[in-house]
Write a protein that binds this ligand. Structure first.
Ligand code: ZN
Ligand code: ZN
Length: 663
């Protein structure tokens, strides 16, 4: 088992994107690697860091010239100097603790502050027992902090950046221009060819609205004045903007696709002829990987200047100095049989490295193999399994019945949840859950509230359902491979009326494909059952602790619905619904998770095989079902493990005192 620690910082999008993409590539490349991504600034300084980060982002947004000064200072100073830096002492200590407890074979850093700290930690000691790789996320204007301290290898996006490092004194054989580690999804999409736009054929323009939202509406209008232009517009989480653009483009709806937050940016870029975006680190690199020429409409001083130079100096697109120039640049690109576009396309194809993360993963695995970390055998646990906190218990696979810890009601940022699907999977996977069902809200368009809610972007848009199922299918495989966790696709059907008694929320659990949001409840249940899924009444009784409106329709009509519904939530988050028990209805308990603190809530325990069909059958029969009030201290996991294993062999992970007693 090889251990890789990836250090990042939540400043700007490039560092985190590089870290996440490398982790994904490593997990694809090897079954025998543990990867941890850590933002030590976040964990060492907590709130202080959030404050600094927010200030930093505000500075970026509103006073770029201020940031220009700071960036220059970072570039010129020898900070962090080996002595002193009281301010960095806590971070250095934290880094030392993390290195000691995780014992990595290889450390990869995507933020320039960590290599100097590592140099300080190991200056008086024997050679550091791990390999260190710096992934330089800047382009061309790379900050000198990146190479002030030694690394075993520097990975850069292109030859121009490599030249900057060599000029700074880094030995040529230690710099590798692999490309920016974009998501491995780009490598999967390389076979897809976009036909050059001919006369009269549609030009597909992707507009990423990520700054100056007020002016986005005018840009979109001007682009739509160009003939044969089809737009895909992503608005992020800004529901108001999306609603406004929907209204504005209603008459040309066949030429405009409006998306809120999206998980399929690689596909959108690969399918587009041009992308209009600001010069953000991750987006520029993703467009290059997708061979999609760029029109940059906003450039911040510092890293983004480097990205813009990369585009203009190499003919990968153009920079609009003013918003008014955007449509003109697009028009020019396609003039004279698309002469300029073809040029850009040819240049960008030469730059594209869609497999950069995969190649970087290979280098990291090689570095691990040559690491000097002393190999310890791991006798800590009675059964010889490595149960370090980096990896949950994996011994329990399909087969004989086990006690399973489950949550069948969770939300992601496809509706009003805070985490993305992959982050939710990691959040539950790390806690050793056995089964997780994602159930984002889908509102009934016939209902008054359904119409309102759809505008607020807090429920799944029907046009995003296919993407939602695709992403869940991909994550289902990853969840099983990485955590031995069963992941199910689900939907919470919101049938909201004007009163509690006319409102119902229904969970469809383990669905194969989308179901029409406008069906009535019995039809919806029939469709869920036709797909082999479970229909579950969510929060069917009066909720004490939540601000949300009660949804009592199913309970008020429970005699009609009891034969149709597979189970009722007897508990939702902190609420317990005793009438469900009194009526002896089939039950489960769920968190209705929207954000991390909701993990502390009611959960379901099932005694059955870890297999989707067995899990559903266990709920339908409603035998061997228990509920537990989950606390995030490992006790639920420990209790479940107790029930899983014969006592003499039972060792609670991370409890050496207990281990000693058992011996
Ligand atoms: Zn609900
Ligand atoms: Zn819910």
């Amino acid at each position: 088992m090889q251990k890789v620690l990836i250090l990042t910082a939540g400043f700007g999008e490039g560092h985190n994107a590089a870290a996440r993409n490398l982790r994904e590539a490593l997990e694809l490349a090897s079954d025998d690697v543990q990867v941890e991504v850590l933002d030590l600034l976040e964990s060492a300084y907590g709130r202080l860091n959030t404050l600094v980060k927010n200030t930093y982002l505000k500075v970026l947004d509103h006073a770029p010239f201020v940031w220009n000064g700071i960036y220059g200072w970072l570039n010129s100073t020898t900070w962090p100097h080996p002595d002193g830096q009281v301010g960095l002492a806590r971070l250095r200590q934290h880094l030392a603790d993390v290195l000691r407890t995780t014992e990595p074979d290889c450390v990869v850093t995507t933020y320039p502050i960590y290599a100097p700290l590592i140099q300080q930690l190991f200056r008086d000691h024997q050679e550091r027992p791990f390999r260190l790789i710096s992934v330089v996320t800047d382009s061309i204007t790379a900050n000198a902090l990146w190479w002030r301290a030694p690394s075993d290898l520097w990975i850069v996006s292109n030859e121009a950046t490599a030249a900057v490092l060599r000029a700074g004194g880094v030995p040529a054989d230690k710099v590798k221009a692999l490309g920016f580690p974009v998501s491995p999804r780009f490598a999967e999409l390389t076979g897809i060819e976009v036909l050059p736009p001919g006369p009269g054929s549609a030009k597909r323009i992707l507009v990423i609205v990520n700054h100056n939202k007020k002016k986005a509406a005018r840009t979109i209008d001007e682009l739509l004045e160009l003939p044969d232009t089809h737009l895909t517009v992503t608005c992020g989480r800004d529901a108001e903007l999306k609603a406004k653009l929907a209204e504005q483009t209603r008459k040309v709806a066949d030429r405009v696709r409006l998306l809120g937050w999206t998980n399929v940016m690689p596909r959108l870029l690969v399918d587009s002829h041009l992308v209009v975006t600001k010069a953000g680190g991750a987006t520029v690199q993703e467009a290059i990987a997708a061979r999609c020429p760029l029109i940059l409409n906003h450039i911040l001083p510092g890293q983004e200047e480097g990205n813009a130079r990369l585009v203009t100096e190499n003919g990968l697109g153009a920079v609009a100095q003013h918003r008014r120039e955007i449509a003109g640049l697009v028009e020019d690109a396609f003039r004279h049989h698309g002469r300029r576009w073809n040029e850009w396309r040819e240049n960008i194809s030469a730059f594209a490295r869609p497999d950069a993360a995969i190649r970087l993963a290979e280098l990291v695995l090689d570095a691990c193999a040559s690491s000097d970390r002393p190999r310890k055998t791991l006798p800590l646990f009675g059964d010889g399994h490595d149960r370090s906190p980096l990896r949950p218990a994996q011994a329990v696979l399909a087969g004989e019945p086990k006690m399973l810890l489950c949550d069948f009601h969770t939300h992601t940022n496809y509706s009003d949840g805070k985490l993305s699907v992959p982050d939710l999977v990691d959040f539950y996977g790390r806690r050793g859950f056995d089964c997780l069902c994602v159930t984002d809200h889908l509102a009934d368009p016939r209902r008054l509230l359904g119409k309102l809610v759809r505008l607020t972007n807090l429920t799944l848009a029907p046009s995003q359902l296919a993407e939602y199922f695709d992403v869940l299918e991909r994550e289902r495989k990853r969840a099983w491979r990485k955590y031995s966790m069963v992941l199910m696709a689900g939907i919470e059907f919101n049938k909201d009326g004007l009163t509690s008694k006319s409102s119902a929320h229904l969970l469809g659990i383990d669905l194969r494909s989308p179901i029409d949001a406008a069906l009535d409840l019995p039809e919806t249940i029939a469709q869920i059952h036709a797909q082999g899924g479970l229909a579950v009444a969510s929060h069917p009784h009066v909720m004490k602790s939540e601000w949300g409106k009660n949804t009592l329709y199913l309970w008020e009509n429970h005699e009609k619905f009891a034969p149709l519904i597979d189970a009722w939530e007897i508990a939702n988050r902190n609420d317990l619904f005793t009438p469900i028990g009194h009526k002896r209805l089939r039950f489960i308990a769920n968190s209705d998770f929207h954000k991390p603190k909701h993990i502390e809530s009611w959960k379901t325990l099932l005694h059955c095989e870890k297999d989707p069909e067995a899990i559903k059958e266990c709920i339908r029969e409603n035998r061997h079902v228990a509920i537990t009030l989950y606390r995030d201290d490992g006790s639920a996991r420990a209790a479940v493990d107790t029930l899983r294993q014969p006592m003499p062999d039972f060792v609670r992970p991370g409890a050496p005192a207990l281990l000693a007693a058992r011996r």
